[in-house]
Ligand binder design. Structure first.
Ligand code: NAP
Length: 248
């Protein structure tokens, strides 16, 4: 048992699940996946799962020591603002190697008209200047800052309906869950005569068709940049993460 290495995967993402699955092929590794516990019925990774916060970087460092964790892989969402910093601090304190596994960000292609913003306040200002008909491809918790733009007609696409208290002067709701096809995205943007699209730079292929459709239709994309992360060793695919684990 003593030569089994315990790997803590900080998850809450599709990447975290895929990684826990893939790590099963490496002998002498025991994976513990950690979820924050925000979602009522989360999709669970295979193997051991722990749920709930650690209590900041100090709490995570104590967890690493108490559980004799050999290495940490931070596979949290690119827009999870805090956890990467906690992981870097805790790994340094506990002297445990740390890897960041992250899907690559989308990068503007020739023909793209992107306005990159750091937060929704900047996005609201960008829209106020020139937008009339806007497609919001955002989670329902992110919509509130846009409700103040009474002169703009919105099409809101989210997985679940926005809170009843949220009042948009002009908005149409499209309830849908990705992945989305290019034809569907093109049809939606054209049918609603959209001139601006707002989204976060999530990366990945499940929801990138809207960007191609926007490029073809010369629609401006207001793109929220990813928040800063510590300068940790990073990989962008599972094969590279597995190589790192094999080398521990
Ligand atoms: P965050 O700002 O980075 O984290 C806030 C706090 O939640 C952390 O300080 C930590 O609490 C706890 N936490 C976060 N991830 C955890 C994990 N994997 N295991 C245990 N505790 C965790 O992240 P967030 O934006 O609130 O997101 C929470 C979780 O949802 C993350 O795991 C993330 O991968 C997932 N998620 C986020 C988004 C998004 O857009 N933000 C989208 C999809 C999935 P303590 O400091 O007390 O330990």
């Amino acid at each position: 048992m003593s030569d089994i290495k315990k790997i803590l995967v900080l998850g809450g993402t599709g990447e975290g699940i895929a990684l826990a699955e893939a790590l099963r092929e490496i002998p002498h590794i025991h994976v513990i996946s950690s979820l924050a516990g925000r979602v009522a019925n989360p999709k669970l990774p295979p193997g051991e799962v722990r749920i709930g916060c650690f209590g900041g970087a100090a709490g995570l460092a104590a967890y690493l020591n108490d559980n004799r964790i050999a290495a940490v892989i931070d596979a949290t969402h690119p827009f999870a603002r805090r956890m990467g910093w906690n992981a870097a601090e805790a790994a340094a304190v506990a002297k445990v190697p740390l890897l960041r596994y992250e899907r690559p960000a989308w990068v503007a292609q020739p023909g793209d008209r992107w306005i990159e913003v750091d937060d929704w306040a900047q996005a609201v200002e960008a829209l106020r200047r020139s937008a009339r008909r806007v497609f919001l491809a955002l989670g329902r918790q992110e919509l509130a800052p846009f409700a103040q733009l009474a002169d703009i007609a919105f099409v809101i696409r989210s997985v679940e309906p926005p809170d009843a208290g949220m009042k948009f002067a002009q908005a149409e709701l499209v309830l849908a869950r990705g992945p989305f096809k290019l034809e569907e995205e093109r049809d939606l943007l054209q049918a609603h005569r959209i001139d601006h699209l707002v989204c976060k730079n999530s990366g990945g292929s499940a929801t990138d068709a809207k960007l191609q459709a926007a490029r073809e239709l010369s629609i401006t994309v207001v793109m929220q940049r990813r928040p800063p992360r510590p300068d940790t060793l990073r990989v962008a695919n599972i094969a590279a993460a597995l190589d790192w684990v094999r080398g521990l």
